[in-house]
Design a protein. Structure first.
Length: 80
């Protein structure tokens, strides 16, 4: 999808800053960036059937809440 390509493009540019800012070695940085594809694939597998069952708006709302919670968890994480 378009958003997955956008996310991959953003991560490709951000990989240098992620590694430097978080003081990660090359392997840790690659795990973070590489996990994007697996997370997107998992989300894609469940998003379609969830939207069919519960509707598009509730599905998007739950995704937004998950995004905010994930962002907060990453922001307060003390280390990798």
């Amino acid at each position: 999808t378009h958003s997955t390509r956008y996310d991959v493009g953003v991560m490709a540019d951000a990989i240098v800053f992620i590694g430097n800012d978080m003081q990660l070695n090359s392997g840790q940085t690659q795990i973070i960036v590489g996990s994007l594809n697996f997370i997107a694939a998992f989300g894609t597998l469940i998003a379609g059937s969830t939207a069919d069952r519960f509707g598009r708006k509730p599905t998007v709302a739950v995704c937004c809440v998950m995004y905010v919670v994930g962002s907060v968890v990453m922001a307060i994480a003390p280390e990798f």
